[in-house]
Write a protein that binds this ligand. Structure first.
Ligand code: ATP
Length: 140
């Protein structure tokens, strides 16, 4: 079933989530504060917008509250990530998934109501270790 998803922050993580979900046929709104980044994503989202995701007025006028999912992929700016997550939950977005850069960031996000927190580098590290561990040993 088609999902309504807003992706905020279009760096490496956010842009790949956005492209993949759009390719699967979901309805995607892609938001970033950098206009060049936004225009580079115009073929990979249903709608795009240049906006500061810490500005409540911008989030409201973009109709973010009508989306079922929000993916917050702002990694470096902790304050922006936290503020945006808080506002999305206050606006009533049912599922807010947020990228965290470390354990402390994750803890804060969980406290303020993020529905799921992702630490991509950490999670990929764990998966890579499991892949190496489970790879068949070849006997020469
Ligand atoms: P990645 O590892 O996914 O490339 P990152 O974790 O290094 O990204 P940043 O580069 O800090 O994270 O941010 C990702 C994107 O979020 C950038 O394209 C940036 O322009 C955007 N961004 C940062 N702050 C805001 C904001 N307040 N509102 C909207 N977009 C923002």
């Amino acid at each position: 079933m088609k999902k309504q998803i807003v992706v905020i922050g279009l760096g490496r993580f956010g842009s790949s989530v956005c492209k993949e979900l759009y390719g699967m046929g979901h309805d995607i709104m892609a938001i970033d504060s950098n206009p060049e980044t936004v225009s580079s994503m115009s073929d990979y989202a249903s709608h795009t917008a240049t906006a500061d995701a810490t500005d409540e007025g911008s989030l409201k006028s973009l109709g973010v509250r009508n989306f079922e999912y929000a993916i917050v992929a702002i990694g470096d700016d902790l304050q922006a990530s936290v503020l945006c997550t808080l506002m999305l939950k206050e606006l009533g977005v049912p599922k807010v998934w947020v990228k965290a850069r470390d354990q402390q960031h994750q803890k804060i996000l969980e406290r303020i109501g993020a529905d799921r927190v992702i630490q991509p580098e950490y999670e990929m590290g764990v998966r890579t270790a499991h892949h190496v561990d489970s790879e068949k040993v070849v006997d020469y």
